[in-house]
Design a protein around this ligand. Structure first.
Ligand SMILES: Cc1cc2nc3c(=O)[nH]c(=O)nc-3n(C[C@H](O)[C@H](O)[C@H](O)COP(=O)(O)OP(=O)(O)OC[C@H]3O[C@@H](n4cnc5c(N)ncnc54)[C@H](O)[C@@H]3O)c2cc1C
Length: 399
């Protein structure tokens, strides 16, 4: 794709400059000038121009030489210098992908004051940690982050780029993909290198009824986001060579953004964060009444765990959405998951089936939850759960 100003038509009126969301146009000597490094060919300038002075041409794209792309990158999401847990899980998976490709694994961190993040990351089996620090990056800004990460990819050409499917990852990785004219597979549950050297990106599709494996054969980088807890936390590198920490420099023009942060309001988590819990006791429609969540809560408390729920229970208004486990809720991977009155629909399993030990309590011996359960109780959870709570409290001397 190419874009140019038709000089004989341009009178320097500045309409295109005002319309450009990328702030890629300046007017000098009554002529518009486009900064091609900032332009993303959105066409807003051409639409705004009343003088037909902007020409955008779509060329038949020559297929790029993909062999110039090497290495696996993980986006090092951090908040106030603390690295997001999903980043470590991606380092574990990224290490396997990089080894399979015989290439390097790097984490790229954007922010300000990244010393602590660099130290934390250096404990893992990485080849490089790229740091890009600027005061404007102290707070997350999707537009800025996307522009900078895309620019780094253009220059350094990673073959694979992974990020957490967090609020941050979801909101800006798609912008990076668009800027790089490449594909992005969101919410992957499996990543592997195929015999052809491509990244096989697997994710649930059609409401979780099938698993789709998606390839990006013609463009680079191959981009994927992955939810927290889909992959295990990797071991630290121990005595292996520490990664090289590289501080990057970029043009300050890349820091521009159309948004301004007015205030940052921190939300205090009112509920237990089920994603981090080691033990989860979940209730489904089978608990029959919202008041019975008290039984689930009692068992969770006796075990020192958190309360989860199926979507049916959440949709019925029995418990807030923050507790929902599954495809449209949270993905969890606790040491112990107890499913009470939950049928085990594929969308629920998508969020909990990688739990280490699963105990299912269900009246129906044919319920699909038993297919993934390590242990099962066939019976009424309203009777079994209080008995379990009593027994556990007695064993723990909780009276
Ligand atoms: C696009 C999409 C996304 C979805 N995302 C999610 C998601 O993120 N999470 C999720 O959970 N669901 C999700 N769902 C819904 C999912 O398909 C199921 O409808 C839902 O998981 C069912 O919840 P449940 O098992 O609690 O209820 P049910 O399917 O009604 O099962 C209740 C179970 O309780 C058992 N039971 C009844 N009484 C008792 C008793 N007294 N003691 C013991 N057992 C008893 C029954 O035998 C039954 O197996 C999604 C659906 C779609 C289409």
């Amino acid at each position: 794709m190419s874009i140019r100003i038709i000089d004989e038509n341009c009178n320097g009126c500045g309409l295109c400059k005002r319309a450009c969301p990328q702030m890629a146009i300046e007017v000098e000597n009554k002529k518009a000038i486009i900064d091609l490094e900032l332009c993303n060919f959105c066409g807003a300038c051409a639409a705004a121009c009343r003088f037909r002075a902007v020409a955008i041409e779509i060329e038949k794209q020559a297929r790029e030489d993909l062999s110039q792309y090497r290495n696996v990158w993980v986006f090092g999401e951090q908040f106030r210098g603390k690295v997001a847990p999903v980043v470590f899980e991606l380092i574990g998976s990224g290490r396997q992908l990089a080894d399979a490709r015989g290439s390097e694994l790097a984490v790229v961190v954007l922010g300000s004051d990244l010393e602590a993040a660099a130290n934390e990351l250096s404990e893992y089996a990485l080849d490089k940690v790229y740091l890009y620090e600027a005061p404007e990056l102290a707070q997350y800004d999707g537009e800025r982050y996307a522009r900078i990460l895309a620019d780094l990819c253009r220059g350094m050409k990673p073959e694979i780029l992974l990020a957490g499917a967090t609020t941050t990852g979801r909101s800006f990785m798609s912008q990076v993909a668009i800027k790089l004219y490449t594909g992005l597979t969101a919410d992957c549950t499996g990543l592997a290198i195929g015999e052809d050297g491509l990244l096989y990106q697997t994710r649930p599709a059609y409401g979780g009824n099938i698993m789709a494996t998606i390839l990006c054969p013609y463009t680079r980088p191959q981009m994927a986001t992955v939810r927290h807890k889909v992959f295990p936390h990797p071991e630290k590198r121990n005595n292996a060579k520490p990664p090289e920490v590289v501080r990057l420099n970029l043009k300050p023009q890349l820091h521009t953004s159309r948004s301004e942060l007015i205030e940052f309001i921190e939300q205090v988590e009112a509920t237990v964060n089920i994603v981090e819990a080691d033990i989860i006791v979940s209730g489904g429609r089978g608990i029959q009444d919202p008041s019975n969540f008290a039984l689930i809560q009692d068992l969770a408390q006796a075990l020192g765990g958190a309360v989860g729920a199926s979507r049916a229970a959440v949709d019925a208004g029995w418990i807030p959405y923050a507790h929902q486990v599954g495809q449209t809720g949270k993905t969890v991977c606790p040491k112990l998951y107890i499913a009470c009155g939950i049928s085990g629909a594929v969308q629920h399993l998508a969020g909990m089936s990688s739990s280490k030990t699963i105990i299912a309590i269900n009246k129906d011996p044919e319920a699909p939850i038993f297919q993934v359960a390590s242990f099962g109780f066939v019976g009424d959870c309203l009777e079994i759960v209080p008995l379990l709570t009593k027994k556990i409290k007695a064993m723990r001397g909780q009276g």
